[in-house]
Design a protein around this ligand. Structure first.
Ligand code: UDP
Length: 484
């Protein structure tokens, strides 16, 4: 009898920031745990050091059939914050290409069962193109929403129509982005404003490097990978997912991954939750603090792993939280705490809110959102944060800053109706009023009802037989099996 075909060895190479590493790690765990794939999960040297600092050697211990590798990235070892500077990260990517190629070659030295065929799973343009060059099959795991991807793909059309780059600095002000409506983009809702498109369009420079990278990246996704997996679920983004089939290689919606992992029985394993890939040390004591609060009484404010608020924005948010009268848990990352500790905050604010507020530098966010005391989430609209909130039915206040966040905010506020939108640079009165709106009253109830409906749909999608569960099996059978 012929021996069963060996499964391809999966090489995961995510863009090296927290919001990409976490879901890539979750998908890798799922394919390893449920479908028996061997995995090499690639970190950058910088992130490897951060993982070791945050969680000790156990963070990279791996398991049978699941190993970690690291490639040099050229970022200064002494600079903790380098990996939070998106421009520095983008520039570091091409330097990793030769190291990635060496790594792929070295996989042929693994025990035979582990290395029969390799397949790359990546969202990094230069790495995908390098794979194509050396004949390595590849799939993209795209970790932002399908709607925001479509909005990003539309940038080429906005450029062709002469709308982008913007004509002058005036267009960046005076409501031009708010009042210019772009209808007719496939699958995107009617009434999308220029403001709702990825922030990369907010330039007047025809040679803008990030705009050029955006165009290059969408071209790469259309032509290089043999499939694109989106971290979403069909029910949430059905319209745009069907429109996307004309633009991209075969696409599969698989998410929310934290729920799929739990359904697969891999959710309680430390390495399977976001904790397994957290690049910063988590303050788990904030969960004890939440235990002491009443259900739905706490506003959770967190801006992901990269966004930095200005001193003025921090102060306005602080006084907005204070003025709302609600309890709050607020993540201010250490790289944001320029002068150390919570010293960036006005001392009078700290004194006034001592009994009902807690500031931390990094928390186990998924567990925080799941906690019954959390009543609303003030978020920068990073896609992981939004999905984590949708999974547990927590309504949001959207304060998007950059990249895909504007599109996510638009969808959550006007299409899914689980959030209220703050203006571009909200003052304390606006923050305070929005918190009151979401935490109490008729609008709050409406949002909570929609959020609960989406939570139930997400749970169904992740269950055996649900759309995401089935799509995961389809990826295995339609994309990976042909390589076996
Ligand atoms: N996160 C966390 N603890 C924190 C703040 C954020 O674990 O204190 C996690 C959060 O749960 C999410 C990720 O960091 O999984 C941030 O990704 P997201 O896409 O929301 O934003 P990005 O960092 O990419 O802007």
């Amino acid at each position: 009898m012929a021996a069963p075909a060996a499964k391809p060895h999966l090489v995961f190479f995510p863009f090296p920031s927290q919001g990409h590493v976490t879901p890539a790690f979750q998908l890798a765990r799922l394919l390893h745990h449920c479908h028996g794939f061997d995995v090499t999960f690639v970190h950058t040297e910088h992130n490897r050091r951060r993982l070791l600092r945050a969680r000790g050697p156990g963070a990279l211990a791996g398991a049978p059939g699941f190993r970690f590798a690291a490639v040099p990235d050229g970022l200064p070892p002494s600079d903790e914050d380098a990996a939070r500077d998106v421009a520095a990260l983008l520039l570091s990517l091409p330097t990793m290409v030769p190291h990635f190629k060496e790594l792929v070659l070295s996989l042929s030295e693994l025990p035979a069962a582990s290395c029969r065929r390799c397949l790359l799973v990546s969202d990094v343009d230069p790495i995908l193109r390098a794979a194509q060059e050396i004949g390595l099959p590849c799939v993209t795991f795209w970790i932002t929403s399908a709607n925001s991807y479509m909005a990003m793909d539309q940038v080429r059309h906005l450029v062709a129509k002469g709308l982008v780059p913007l004509k002058d600095a005036e267009q960046l002000r005076d409501g031009y982005l708010d009042s210019t409506v772009i209808d007719g983009a496939p699958g995107l809702p009617k009434g999308m404003r220029l403001r709702d498109f990825p922030s990369f369009i907010r330039t007047t420079d025809p040679d803008d490097a990030v705009l050029a990278l955006t165009l290059r990246l969408t071209e790469c996704l259309r032509t290089v990978p043999s499939a694109v997996v989106f971290h979403t679920f069909e029910e949430l983004e059905s319209q745009v997912i069907s429109a996307m089939s004309d633009i991209l290689p075969p696409i599969y919606a698989i998410g929310p991954l934290p729920l799929l992992l739990r359904e697969a029985g891999a959710g309680d394993h430390a390495a399977s939750t976001s904790a397994g890939s957290s690049l910063s040390k988590e303050d788990r004591a904030c969960l004890d603090w939440l235990d002491g609060m009443r259900p739905n009484s706490v506003v959770f404010a967190s801006f992901g792993s990269l966004v930095k608020l200005s001193g003025e924005q921090l102060a306005e948010l602080a006084w907005g939280l204070a003025g709302s009268g609600y309890e709050f848990l607020w993540v201010i990352r250490s790289d944001q705490q320029a002068t150390g500790g919570a010293a960036v905050l006005p001392p009078e604010f700290l004194a006034e809110t001592e009994a009902r507020g807690r500031v931390t530098s990094w928390c186990p966010q998924e567990a925080v959102l799941r906690h019954q005391s959390v009543g609303a989430f003030l978020t920068h609209c990073g896609w992981n944060s939004m999905l984590e909130s949708i999974c547990v039915g927590v309504p949001m206040l959207c304060w998007p800053f950059a990249a895909d966040q504007q599109t996510n905010s638009r969808m959550a506020c006007t299409e899914w109706r689980v959030a209220v939108e703050l203006s571009e640079d909200p003052g304390r009165e606006e923050v305070e009023a929005a918190i009151r709106q979401v935490m109490g009253g008729g609008r709050g109830e409406e949002l909570r009802r929609s959020a609960t409906e989406w939570k139930d749909k997400a749970a169904l999608a992740a269950r055996p037989g649900g759309s995401s569960w089935v799509n995961l099996e389809r990826v295995v059978n339609e994309v990976l099996a042909p390589l076996m």
